[in-house]
Design a protein around this ligand. Sequence first.
Ligand SMILES: Nc1ncnc2c1ncn2[C@@H]1O[C@H](COP(=O)(O)OP(=O)(O)OP(=O)(O)O)[C@@H](O)[C@H]1O
Ligand SMILES: O=P(O)(O)O[C@H]1[C@H](OP(=O)(O)O)[C@@H](OP(=O)(O)O)[C@@H](O)[C@@H](O)[C@@H]1OP(=O)(O)O
Ligand SMILES: [Mg+2]
Ligand SMILES: [Mg+2]
Length: 339
Amino acid sequence: MRMKGEIVGYKRGVEEEEEINTEENQTEMVGGGLVQSKKTIVVGYALTSKKTKSFLQPKLECLARAKGILFVAIDQSKPLSDQGPFDIVLHKLSGSKWRRILEEYRLTHPDVTVLDPPDAIQHVYNRQYMLEDVADLNLSDSYGKVGVPRQLVIEKDSSSISDAVSKAGLRLPLVAKPLAAKSHELSLAYDKFSLQMLEPPLVLQEFINHGGILFKVYIVGEAIKVVRRFSLPDVSKRELSKNPGVFRFPRVSCAAASADEADLDPCVGELPPRPLLERLAKELRRRLGLRLFNLDIIRELGTKDRFYVIDINYFPGYGKMPEYEHIFTDFLLSLVKQR
Ligand SMILES: Nc1ncnc2c1ncn2[C@@H]1O[C@H](COP(=O)(O)OP(=O)(O)OP(=O)(O)O)[C@@H](O)[C@H]1O
Ligand SMILES: O=P(O)(O)O[C@H]1[C@H](OP(=O)(O)O)[C@@H](OP(=O)(O)O)[C@@H](O)[C@@H](O)[C@@H]1OP(=O)(O)O
Ligand SMILES: [Mg+2]
Ligand SMILES: [Mg+2]
């Protein structure tokens, strides 16, 4: 058991350090310098080794330590309640066994913040439901309109896809995405005949021309950070008629380079209006019950303010988000303050 974990003797004056207003927070003068002893915030993490490497970079751990936050790896071979005690549990692991462990832990440790609830994460791991809340929200104000592309779920039977597409009135080209959001093999279908080559279960989504630029909107609690990435290029009517077939992309988004420094047509590269994103993020945080996620948003080509959310990812690659170490540590501190 951790005895009221404390960092003792930490010298103030580190630029990034912030005051933590907890009762345990004490300061005292020692040897002429202001030395602080305060409660350490212990964050247990259960992440894949890939995620640990990309997320838990030295710059994050260093700044966290300076702010009194300690990251501790969760040992999956031991009972969770025998570890810690944690103030926060950060996780992104798959499997029903892990989900059950976490659910039980949440019930027996209501004072620990589990980021995020397993059920809420499962909801966005299925592309059938992932965008439902965005569609229901139907956000439209003076800053713009946010929707989702029309889509159709195909559970099985590839021979029926063409009929289902006609019946639903979906327009080609269509993006075919595996139903499981953690699978990233995408296809672009240019003609109806080729649709039978696709392998269900999948969602078929209308492809929206967007000038080849995508906005990644990273959300960390109340904080929002937007970056530009290169995306799939537009498909012209001419191309559509001349190139029948299905084009497969093993992992489109992974290869997508940052477009923040690119010389872009302002009509394409201009970031979505901040107030619109603030409203969208606030609503989705509440409706999805998540605090750590990102949205892939595109602007329909030829429009100024018609946006589509095409993907939502739980605990995305924050290591690629500018200033993530500041944003993330501030967020962790705010969680403890709120309590
Ligand atoms: N409806 C659409 N219209 C236009 N382009 C799209 C559409 N859906 C997907 N794309 C393009 O395909 C890429 C991958 O799609 P999506 O983001 O849904 O896949 P993903 O594998 O879940 O990505 P990530 O790695 O972000 O989780 C997008 O980044 C975008 O370039
Ligand atoms: O690996 P990366 O750092 O690129 O992060 C990606 C992350 O992979 P990881 O969490 O498994 O590492 C993906 O998660 P899964 O779909 O596999 O759950 C997904 O969230 C992507 O959207 C992230 O890319 P980003 O959207 O931030 O560009
Ligand atoms: Mg994506
Ligand atoms: Mg995704």
